[in-house]
Design a protein around this ligand. Structure first.
Ligand code: F0G
Length: 465
């Protein structure tokens, strides 16, 4: 493969799902009805759906066959043990606590480890992760390197933890107030940016010395492993499977949204090494998710997941094609002069809405507006990842103003073709060329928690766009 200039997907298409192009008038109506929030659109009104890579993957024939073989026993399902074997083999954690999705795992982990007033450092926040930390009485402290907040820094590992910031957090709050650090592989909110193995090793050593656990958000750890192979000295000849196992080896456990790397539509897990911690987690699992041998999943979900986990590391071709497609879209947009976060991330292309709509202030929600404009233009659905997603400060009630005000075009795995990516490119370029006509938005409804999911907006002034 390495001798060739082009790559192709290591699969062919066996079944197709029709999608429908809408008219501009239909999209205007749909956008108004959805309060200019792409989370509130009906998928039937969407042409190419880049809202998220979460739960949107296409499963393989082998995974679909697994659905038929799922063991639906309430207790001790065969499929659960297949899942345990797969997680042990691919991630290397002994203890498996199955949950309905990632946030189920975050909930259980936060509840067993966090006490009122604790501090949980992390390499940039993720919405649900931070929510559960705060819900358990903790406080999130950002310890990611400064470059992560710079859209045009070409740092190869923008997901890295700043060890000085971590040390400062330990000095300020005391190690006994820090139950664990939550390190996210291929940091979503930074634009799908990886951390290096060297950095993860250093974090692990610092935490070990201070009696702080290291919990990996392994949601996109495979994509991170691919970037380590591409960018970090000494890893180019290693398989992503080996790299992934080495990453996990530096941590005490992981929360996982299997809806991403693991190629399934639903599912997740908390994985741990310490049997005593796992016992505590299982005690809560039965109250919040389900019995310890299914948690939040049916037998067939666990069977498909066990197969997805093995399939994603069955050679490097899958991940090469997955990230290759994202880079194809990203490099196309870069070439057209559209401001996008660099380097191109693992799961999507992130448009710099602040730079594109420079005539709007952050209070006019540029990323929300740009997302709506792209939908109006072509029916391509992206997601706001800016001030709306960041929410308000718990104490002051003011908006958090993140430096990154982004529109995420997230690519589902094994779903769209290169021609779809060309259509997306054309639409983003079209909107970019008419950007001065896109106006600001204001809230008509603002939920208190995780507001971006269900908030509603309207144009401050009618748009000319
Ligand atoms: N951690 C990360 C890094 C995530 O990206 C997500 C979900 C979760 C945890 C929570 O997992 O959705 O299975 O409960 N991210 C989705 C996204 C929603 O679109 O980025 P979940």
């Amino acid at each position: 493969m390495s001798a060739r200039r082009t790559w192709a997907e290591p699969w062919k298409i066996k079944m197709v799902e029709p999608i429908r192009m809408t008219t501009r008038t239909e999209r205007e109506e749909a956008a108004r009805t959805a309060g200019y929030n792409t989370f509130l659109l009906k998928s039937d009104d969407v042409y190419i759906d880049l809202l998220t890579d979460s739960g949107t993957s296409a499963m393989s024939d082998h995974q679909w066959a697994g659905l038929m073989l799922g063991d639906e026993a309430y207790a001790g399902s065969k499929s659960f043990y297949h899942l345990v074997d797969a997680v042990q083999a691919v991630y290397g954690y002994e203890e498996l606590i199955p949950t309905h999705q990632g946030r189920g795992a975050e909930h259980i982990l936060s509840q067993i480890l966090i006490s009122d007033g604790d501090v949980i450092p992390g390499n940039m926040y993720f919405t649900t992760t931070k929510f559960h930390q705060e819900y358990a009485g903790g406080r999130f402290v950002d310890v990611i390197i400064d470059e992560a907040h710079e859209p045009y820094s070409d740092h190869p590992f923008k997901g890295n933890v700043d060890l000085a910031k971590l040390q400062a957090a330990i000095d300020t709050y005391g190690a006994d107030r820090i139950p664990y650090i939550s390190v996210e592989a291929n940091v979503n909110m930074a634009g799908g940016q990886p951390m290096s193995m060297a950095n993860l090793r250093a974090v692990s050593e610092l935490c070990r010395r201070n009696g702080i656990l290291v919990m990996l958000d392994a949601t996109r750890a495979l994509e991170n492993a691919w970037f380590i192979k591409q960018r970090e000295g000494g890893y180019s000849d290693r398989s992503v499977a080996e790299i992934l196992l080495e990453m996990c080896g530096l941590t005490d456990g992981a929360t996982m949204s299997s809806k991403k790397d693991n190629l399934v539509n639903i599912g997740g897990f908390l994985a741990l090494r310490d049997p005593e911690l796992a016992r505590k987690a299982r005690a809560l699992l039965v109250a919040f998710e389900g019995l310890h041998t299914y948690g939040g999943m049916s037998g067939r979900d666990m069977e498909a997941l066990a197969r997805g986990i093995r399939e994603m590391v069955d050679g490097d071709d899958h991940i090469a094609a997955r990230v290759g497609q994202v880079e194809y879209l990203g490099h196309g947009l870069l070439k057209a002069g559209v401001p996008v976060v660099r380097p191109i991330g693992g799961h999507g292309v992130f448009l710099d809405a602040r730079a594109i709509l420079e005539h709007l202030t952050q209070d006019e929600f540029p990323a929300q507006a740009l997302t709506a404009a792209i939908y109006l233009d072509s029916g391509v659905r992206g997601m706001e990842r800016g001030v709306v997603s960041a929410g308000r400060d718990l104490v002051t009630g003011e908006h958090h103003y993140p430096k990154l005000e982004l529109v995420r075009l997230t690519i589902p795995r094994r779903v769209y073709t290169q021609a779809h990516m060309d259509v997306v490119m054309e639409s983003v370029v079209e909107v970019y060329e008419h950007r001065e006509k896109v106006g600001g938005l204001r809230f008509t409804y603002e939920p208190e928690e995780l507001r971006f999911f269900q908030a509603r907006f309207q144009p401050i002034q009618p748009w000319e766009f």
